[in-house]
Design a binder for this molecule. Sequence first.
Ligand SMILES: *Cc1c(COP(=O)(O)O)cnc(C)c1O
Length: 349
Amino acid sequence: MPVERPASSLRLKIDREALAHNWRTLDRMSGSARAGAAVKADCYGLGVDACLPTLRAAGAQLFFVAHWGEVDRVAHHVPSDQIAVLHGPLTAGDAAYARARKVLPIINSLAQSKLWIESGGGPCHLMLDTGINRLGISPHETGDPLIAQLEVIGLISHLACADEDSAMNARQLDTFRALLPAIPHQFASLANSAGIALGSGYHFDVTRPGLALYGGVPRAELAGEIRQVATPEAAIIQTRQLSAGDKVGYNATFTAPAAMRIGVASIGYADGLLRSWGGKGAFLLRGDMRLPLLGKVSMDMVVVDLSQAPEVAEGDWVQIPYHLPDAAQISGLSQYELLTVLGQRLKSP
Ligand SMILES: *Cc1c(COP(=O)(O)O)cnc(C)c1O
């Protein structure tokens, strides 16, 4: 008799309705522009297989990954010509792969333009650098004969400060607008999640939300609109009774002030609950009762205070509070990091 793999003491709840709601909200807020979806880094850590079918069913038709190695898993769910690869082709092999898989590269430099043209050319997207100085051709390069040979579908740029009220936003917008007429294209795209909230001037034809799809709130305008999508949950794998003066965890950083009951939760920094949570945050019981974290976070576990929750028994589940703006405050991590650090053990329960 084959024995089944036991159930995990760790899991990641994905609220697919919230994910669909967030895409539809961002699409609506994009006005006459269509919203695509940034699905790089395994849908910001939440899982391509968990998220892609929902995003596609909600209406998304353009999907952004960073690496060529991310194409396969996304292409399992959506037509390959709806996939754009942000890093673009670095080698002739990348270009050949793009063509064979009918995936569109994002061309980021004159060198990539040359590589793409020499490998046969064809439809591609083009990234213009309007000030972030990361990837993209510079404004003075737009007149290069290589650019004229590209068959540009999407003409794209990326905002550096969309999550702030910065003069840089309007400067990048002006630069992008000024460059558009120089390069024939089918659609123009500037805004990420935060950029959508900057207003219709930033929307162009296609927007590229990522963070906010997955519950992130990069600007106050989005606060009432975006719903939490991901909630990590861990089982209590042991409870114990402490006496006054007993210590908890590595380096004995917590000392019980009085007799108290504690629980050991099956989640640690290897799962993305980084040590910056230690001694600060609290887990939640049934969604609302706070169970403060005690001492340092270990690799596979962390201790919680059960003083106020005598009913909690071994095997019960607790939630990690993953309302991202709040979690960012508590942990000192960015909302992006909170999602992308979530570990593999959460996703293979
Ligand atoms: C990651 C990324 C996005 C999505 O940005 P969010 O801030 O997560 O909405 C959009 N465009 C580009 C070029 C990106 O790299």
